[in-house]
Design a protein around this ligand. Structure first.
Ligand code: COI
Length: 354
């Protein structure tokens, strides 16, 4: 365990906060005054530094750039109605981070560094948490291999960092989604369940192709039959069919076990839905749509929170949804917002005070 004394904090001389209008901010463009940085070397984690946000100096031979040992997390902090800074389910992200690390043959980050480091960093930059609805402080912990050597092998050195970004909504309007049948995001036995940086880079080509056709994102399907749906862009996906909420099963290891996904399952059950985590095919969705019982489709994610899908296109078949008349996804989104901002009871203790 790393003791609290192993944190060194150097404060920025001047805050950049006054240079930014927090009322209207795009996702991931601005960063707070401080960052956390700690190196893993010789089999152990060194002193944790919290210091002014600044560029990194790195060698062109940095292993992460060449072979992609790089993972990350996305977490959000909110200001509640009492003005207190609270983080949404950070332990779940911590656990997922170390699962990603294991799969990518990277060291485990101790809880003390991840959690206490995050708390200390947010405390320092808590003025940056936007108070506006749909806004929050996005927390980005990440780790990458830092050997300066281009042999293909697990690195001996790693860097773990946390940066913070005040942010507005990821998707402003309901999305049009293209069901992908050619390109693949994940296969059983692969790294689909991990938050590996390469998963996102590998998705960009197919997403760009879908954008050329006028769609916002792709709905990934399985690699063998292109039949069973997986994730939607950078989000998990839910379908409201009759009185059942269906989300793809995590079982084949191809799907990111989302923290917002888990929260949505809990709240949907409370709303009276039967929630099924199962393999669902695009044909099942089309049948339900034709039968008039496929009511809503939405994505869940830390960045995206709950994002509505207004159109799903599979080959030449287009499923359209009248988002304005939805009941479930808007209520779910509002409930999550209310828990995060302290307007509704947090009976599952999801919010952790900084
Ligand atoms: C998140 O929801 O936190 C993500 O990781 C999605 C994206 C911003 C990469």
């Amino acid at each position: 365990m790393i003791a609290a004394a192993d944190f060194i904090i150097t404060k920025a001389e001047r805050s950049k906060l006054h240079d930014i209008n927090l009322d209207n901010i795009p996702f991931g463009k601005y960063f707070t005054d401080h960052m956390l940085e700690v190196d893993f070397e010789g089999g152990e984690w060194k002193t944790v530094e919290i210091k002014p946000y600044q560029p990194l100096l790195m060698a062109p031979s940095l292993a992460a750039i060449h072979y992609g040992q790089s993972i990350f997390e996305g977490i959000k902090a909110y200001k509640n109605s009492k003005g207190e800074a609270c983080i949404f389910r950070p332990h779940d992200n911590f656990r997922r981070f170390n699962k990603s690390a294991e799969r990518m043959q990277m060291p485990q980050v101790p809880e003390e560094i991840f959690m206490e480091g995050m708390r200390k960093l947010i405390k320092l930059d808590s003025n940056w948490i936007p108070a506006k609805e749909d806004h929050s402080l996005y927390i980005r912990p990440f780790m990458f291999s830092s050997d300066e050597m281009i042999g293909v092998k697990p690195s001996e050195k790693y860097k773990f960092m946390i940066i913070l970004s005040p942010t507005g909504p990821y998707y402003n309007t309901p999305m049009r989604i293209y069901v992908e049948e050619q390109y693949v995001r994940a296969v059983p036995g692969g790294v689909g369940f991990a938050k590996a940086a390469g998963n996102y880079g590998a998705a960009m080509y197919a997403t760009a192709e879908a954008k050329k056709k006028g769609y916002d994102q792709v709905l990934w399907t399985d690699a063998f039959e292109h039949k069973y749906v997986q994730e939607c862009g950078t989000m998990n996906v839910f379908f409201i069919i009759g009185n059942t909420a269906i989300t793809p099963s995590l079982e084949p290891g191809t799907i990111l076990p989302g923290v917002t996904r888990l929260s949505a399952i809990t709240l949907l059950q409370e709303m009276g839905f039967q929630v099924e985590e199962k393999n669902i095919s695009i044909d099942d969705l089309i049948d339900a749509y034709k039968a008039g019982i496929f009511y809503e489709a939405f994505g869940t994610g830390t960045a995206a929170t709950i994002s509505f899908i207004k159109e799903l296109r599979y080959k030449d078949f287009v499923m359209q949804f009248d988002v304005d008349h939805w009941r479930t996804a808007p209520a779910l989104k509002q409930w999550l917002t209310d828990i995060r901002t302290g307007h509704k009871e947090d009976k599952y203790n999801w919010m952790q005070k900084v």
